[in-house]
Design a protein around this ligand. Structure first.
Ligand code: SF4
Ligand code: SF4
Length: 210
C-alpha cells in the first residue's frame, strides 16, 4: 500500500465499495447532505448535490441517505462490504486497532487522573486557631513540626486581649499560612497541625486552601 494512502482496517480505501451516489433527478438541492456530512464528501453544483469525494465517506455510514428528504442518496449493498471483511480477514487488524485504542484511552484516563490530582494538591493554606495559648508552647511545637520538612509557616499573627490577660489564660486568636517550599502538597502538614491543635487543647477555627 502506498504510504499515506487511506485504508480501512488494512484494506486500501478505494478498494472498499462504500460511497454515496446522488440521483440528480430526485435531488431538490436542499443542501442538507452538504452541511451534515462532516467528511466533506459533497459539494453543490448547479443546484444539486454531487459526491465529489466519495471515498471520504465513512464505511457503513448512511446518515445523509437517511435524512435526505427525497431519498436521492443511495449506497451499494452492504453484502459487498461484508464479503470483503471475510475475504480480507480484517478482524486481525481490527483486534490490533482495538488494543491500540484501549491503550490510548487508558493513557488519556491516566492523564486526566494525574491532572485531577494536581488540581487537588494545595501548596498553601491559611489556618486560624483560638483558645488559651498560655504555657502550651504551641509555637515551639509548631516549629518542631516544620523542622527538616519542605514547609514553612508565614504571616503569623497572634492576637491576645492583653498581655496580662494572656498570662491569666484569656482566650487568644492566631492566624498563619502554611507554605510549601518545593510545590509539595501541604495537606500532610495540615493533618499534623490539626493533630497538634487537638493534642494541646486549642480550637481549629478554620482551615482554607489558598
Ligand atoms: S439532502 Fe438529498 S435533496 Fe438535499 S441536497 Fe442532498 S441529495 Fe439533494
Ligand atoms: S454516509 Fe455519512 S460519511 Fe458518508 S457521505 Fe453521508 S454523511 Fe458523509
Amino acid at each position: 500500500m502506498a504510504e499515506g494512502k487511506k485504508s480501512w482496517h488494512g484494506i486500501p480505501r478505494d478498494e472498499v465499495p462504500w460511497f454515496p451516489a446522488v440521483d440528480r433527478e430526485t435531488c431538490i438541492g436542499c443542501q442538507l447532505c452538504y452541511v451534515t456530512c462532516g467528511r466533506g464528501v459533497f459539494e453543490m453544483n448547479e443546484g444539486v448535490a454531487v459526491a465529489v469525494a466519495p471515498m471520504e465517506c465513512a464505511v457503513g455510514c448512511t446518515t445523509c441517505g437517511n435524512i435526505c428528504p427525497t431519498s436521492a442518496i443511495s449506497f451499494p449493498p452492504l453484502d459487498a462490504v461484508w464479503r470483503l471483511e471475510r475475504e480480507r480477514q480484517i478482524f486481525r487488524t481490527v483486534k490490533k486497532e482495538a488494543v491500540q485504542r484501549h491503550e490510548r484511552e487508558d493513557m488519556q484516563k491516566a492523564r486526566q487522573a494525574a491532572q485531577q490530582f494536581v488540581q487537588q494538591v494545595s501548596t498553601r493554606a491559611a489556618v486560624e486557631i483560638a483558645g488559651e495559648f498560655g504555657d502550651k508552647q504551641f509555637l515551639l511545637k509548631l516549629e518542631q513540626l516544620i523542622e527538616n520538612r519542605p514547609f514553612d509557616i508565614v504571616k503569623l499573627v497572634l492576637e491576645v486581649p492583653t498581655v496580662k490577660g494572656a498570662r491569666q489564660k484569656a482566650p487568644s486568636w492566631m492566624r498563619f499560612e502554611v507554605t510549601s517550599e518545593q510545590q509539595e502538597d501541604v495537606n500532610p502538614m495540615l493533618a499534623d497541625i490539626r493533630a497538634l491543635v487537638h493534642e494541646v487543647g486549642l480550637i481549629l477555627v478554620s482551615e482554607q486552601r489558598l
